[in-house]
Design a protein around this ligand. Sequence first.
Ligand SMILES: [Zn+2]
Length: 301
Amino acid sequence: MLGNDVVAPHGPPTAERTLGELGYAAQDLAEIRRILHQPDGIVLAVGPAGSGRTASLHAMLEAIAPPCRRVRTIVDTVPRRGPGWLQGEAGDPEDGRGHDPLAAQFRRLLRSRPDAVLLAEIDSSEEAQMVLRAAQAGCRVFSALHGGRAHHVFSRFRAWGVAATDLADHLALVVAQRLVRALCRHCSLPDDSEAVRDALIRAAEGWRIPSAARDSVQVRMAGPGGCNHCRGEGYRGHTLVYEWIEVDSGVRSLVEEGVGAMELERRLLADGRSLWDCGLRLVVSGVTSLEALRAAVREPR
Ligand SMILES: [Zn+2]
């Protein structure tokens, strides 16, 4: 089945969000779109379970269709999305020869020369190696990784036996993300607590909040007891908090130099580009609360 070039007659279901609806800031969205339209490379979404990684990967794949029409997926929990996507299930029962079913399936899948492959999650040395081999063969690979921060992907792959330089050579984009509870607009209250003032002062010292945002701070907290709109929770829905790294020649040079995770973070995710800073901007604009951000993202010391 995987060798067939099937074009599904239906479009994507409307329940899932497009790339533009996920919650990226306009400038980030433009940059991410530009990177996605490059002809090759691995795209990784990093985060814990429930952080919306699959939705992001789907939206990214949709964003590059129709130029990228032959999409193959190895996932068993999400429905096929775009036209031209063909879904296989992880753990193909066809393989009874004692090989790892996923690896066998992946090999078959690559023989069908897809434009892009979506692998639900990389969670083993074998999967990491497969993804690298696919990218080396010129296939675009989209996958998720359980983890905390974007720059951690290099050490994760290293632990799986993939040299950071080999990964960097084929990695295009890493997005780390969380879903943070969004305040109910009907019952949230202004929050000028000491905790908020401290967090904002620390952010301002590190230039993590743009001065324009600092001038219009409207930090809010969940209203005690909530209201009818939020069923008494004070929060309604979630908002995306993210950080991203474009793996370009500059990043490859850093990796070749063998710089550690802390230095990578300092060089790539400073100046307001970290997960925490992204979240803090949403706190400052009243979208979420400091409490909700702290529940989802580790605060830098
Ligand atoms: Zn409410």
